[in-house]
Design a protein around this ligand. Structure first.
Ligand code: ITT
Length: 209
């Protein structure tokens, strides 16, 4: 039985498929159900939005559902875009337009972090953190299981790498001296907000908390 993930984000789907394959499970996403109506994510926290998505799909399909609400908090922007990360650049936002908007905002503020520039001179503009909240909802009991993961880094002034999705090319990991988009799936899972949140959820499930 594949695990249903209440997402339309193919970047997330690929990461979950990779992670669950190692546990001997396959995944399906809402992209396989084009007739399923768009879920209105009107919560003001990652947790609220993850629960909204998991419950909407779980109640409709009557199977346990996993949902992921995630985003980027940028220190120089007071924690923005946060829960608004997906639509940071407005209606019809794409990863490219969101990345452009992020650099524009940081340049407008003249943000430069105290951290040393990279070896090639690229400046780091602000500390930042990726956040992921996972909610697992069981329509049979109406109960949720939740976990949260984060990863700290910096926003670099230009993109690097072709992997991952979203803001990954701008997210610099000083401890690895690479951007998130320069990591393999395996490396990203080991360090990322999503990988951390998933490890915590699996641990909770195993200890039946
Ligand atoms: P679903 O709601 O259908 O799952 P979404 O893309 O709208 O898809 P969110 O509302 O959770 O998902 O928004 C997440 C935003 O944060 C989105 O702009 C992503 O690009 C970004 N993001 C989340 N995880 C990321 C990651 O691992 N790397 C880069 N960007 C990420």
């Amino acid at each position: 039985q594949p695990i249903l993930i209440a997402t339309k984000n193919e970047g997330k789907v690929k990461e979950f498929a990779h992670a669950f394959a190692k546990l001997g499970r396959t995944v399906v996403s809402l992209n396989e159900y084009p007739a399923f109506p768009d879920i209105v994510e009107d919560g003001d926290t990652f947790s609220a939005n993850a629960r909204i998505k998991a419950k909407a799909a779980g109640d409709a399909f009557q199977v346990p559902v996993l949902a992921d609400d995630s985003g980027l908090r940028v220190a120089a922007l007071g924690g923005a875009p946060g829960v608004y990360s997906a639509r940071y650049s407005g209606e019809g936002a794409t990863d490219a337009s969101n990345n452009a908007k992020l650099l524009e905002e940081l340049k407008r503020l003249n943000a430069t972090d105290a951290a040393e520039p990279l070896a090639d001179g690229t400046r780091l503009l602000s500390p930042a953190q990726f956040v992921c909240v996972l909610a697992l909802y069981d329509p049979a009991t109406g109960e949720f299981m939740e976990s949260e993961g984060t990863v700290d880094g910096f926003i670099a002034e230009r993109p690097r790498g072709e992997g991952g999705f979203g803001y990954d090319p701008l997210f610099w990991l000083p401890q690895l001296s690479r951007s998130m988009a320069e990591l393999s799936k395996e490396e990203k899972q080991a360090i990322s907000h999503r990988g951390n949140a998933l490890a915590k959820l699996v641990e909770k499930l195993e200890t039946n908390e």
